[in-house]
Design a protein around this ligand. Structure first.
Ligand code: HGY
Ligand code: MN
Ligand code: MN
Ligand code: MN
Length: 419
């Protein structure tokens, strides 16, 4: 049997200097000048550079590294009994175009830090311990989001994922080949014994309540739609309003409608028009085409479906009235997910054992953990975001909170590997 007692293990703690140094070093890749943010859109050269750096750190620890067909990278520290399924942690290292250095990166580098701490203490765990990063979690370039972990758990066939295109026509499979990360490990991947992801909250709750650890109970449902609205371009000055078929106006009406819908539905309902392009986008031309994205989310599936139905009905009525045509494409659709109560309890107990304040809360953001919840006992740990800001170059989490979160992850991993 492995040579440590439960007591020994509980003395362990991570090296916060090493963790923040790695977060800062990874944050330099794709750094956005004059900010602490970075841009590493999935499968770009910057994403490759980030992948190469983290992979080097994994190799330096002598971990067994496997890369699957969608470019997910899993590094495993063997356990006493290799026949046992690993306990897994991880997240993502791709970012949005105006990203922060903690979103996703914290979960991957804290997982690596946990493994390095256990290795340095010479502790052999019953089960293998694995840390991974999953391709294209953001979905900002290649929708849907959580693409890599969705394929890993068998939620989308690999061949379908490899054909997804970005707005410039680049294809996932070709981009994986180009950056050298289309691996041979099979998908779906090996089902872990349990999966726990550490992530920044990306919202204001923990900071507002001065709480250090979020014990995440689940992830809200998400619905992404892209609309291509085609009207009639014409002269801005000479064309009477009654003769216009203006897709720009329809896009603006939809933007206002979904915002008003959140007020009506209340609760956790959120709506975002994140992308809006007009063609030809000129001051004196009524647009011919408007393309836009609508992101709707809710913790309750029935309410999310109602929001979608109301949104679609409004689009149809408005298109009819304004004489424009609309092509609609679903970019992502995931139902709300509830995490495993046993693992949620383990996270809560780990916060208590490590002397941290905690509260339970749902996740407003999507995460790789929501995919693992389909196949194994899963939960998440949150750390506070300063000003509740994320997907913004000013994203920041205090070093003490990074350390607290990583120590809770260490405690959770030690508990799960002995179960
Ligand atoms: O969109 C999300 O919630 C996540 O950042 N991918
Ligand atoms: Mn994230
Ligand atoms: Mn994100
Ligand atoms: Mn995540």
């Amino acid at each position: 049997m492995p040579g440590t007692t439960g007591a020994d293990r509980r003395e362990l703690s991570i090296d916060p200097t090493r963790l923040t140094a790695r977060l800062d070093e990874l944050g330099q890749i794709g750094a956005i000048p004059g900010t602490i943010g970075c841009a590493r859109l999935a499968l770009t050269d910057d994403d490759k550079a980030g992948r190469d750096l983290v992979r080097t750190w994994m190799e330096e620890l002598g971990l067994d590294i496997s890369i699957d067909g969608i470019g997910n990278v899993i590094a495993t520290m063997p356990g006493f009994d290799p026949s046992l399924a690993p306990v897994m942690t991880g997240s993502h290292i791709d970012t949005v175009a105006t990203g922060g250095r903690y979103d996703g990166n914290l979960g991957v580098l804290a997982g690596l830090e946990v493994i390095e701490t256990v290795l340095a203490a010479g502790i052999e765990l019953e089960r293998p311990l694995a840390v991974g990063w999953f391709t294209d979690e953001e979905g900002a370039r290649f929708p849907p989001d959580m693409l890599g972990s969705l394929v890993y758990v068998g939620g989308l066939p690999l061949e379908d994922a490899l054909e997804i295109e970005d707005r410039d026509g680049a294809v996932v499979g070709d981009e994986l080949d180009r950056i050298g990360y289309r691996g041979a490990a099979p998908t779906p991947g090996r089902v872990p014994h349990a999966f726990v992801e550490l992530h920044i909250e990306q919202g204001p709750i923990l900071e507002d309540e001065d709480i250090t650890i979020g014990v995440v109970e689940g992830v809200q449902g998400i619905s992404w739609t892209e609309l291509t609205i085609t009207g009639q371009s014409c002269h801005a000055g000479t064309t009477p309003m009654r003769l216009r078929h203006d897709p720009g106006y329809v896009a603006a009406a939809i933007t206002t409608f979904v915002r008003d819908l959140t007020r009506e539905l209340g609760g956790s309902q959120v709506a975002t028009v994140g992308r809006l392009d007009l063609t030809p986008n000129l001051v004196n031309v009524v647009p011919s085409v408007a393309t836009m994205t609508i992101d709707l989310r809710n913790t309750d599936e029935a309410t999310l479906q109602e929001a979608e139905a109301r949104f679609r009905a409004f689009v149809e009525q408005t298109a009819e009235r304004e004489g424009v045509s609309v092509d609609s494409r679903t970019l992502a659709r995931f139902e709300p997910v509830e995490f495993d109560p046993r693992v949620i309890d383990i996270v809560e107990q780990a916060a208590e054992r490590t002397g941290q304040s905690s509260r339970r809360l749902p996740s407003g953001a999507g995460h790789d953990a929501q995919m693992f919840a389909r196949v194994c006992p899963t939960a998440m740990i949150f750390t506070p975001s300063v000003n509740g800001i994320s997907h913004n170059v000013t994203e920041y989490t205090e070093p003490a909170d990074l350390e607290a979160g990583a120590n809770v992850l260490l405690d959770v991993m030690l508990t799960l590997t002995s179960m």
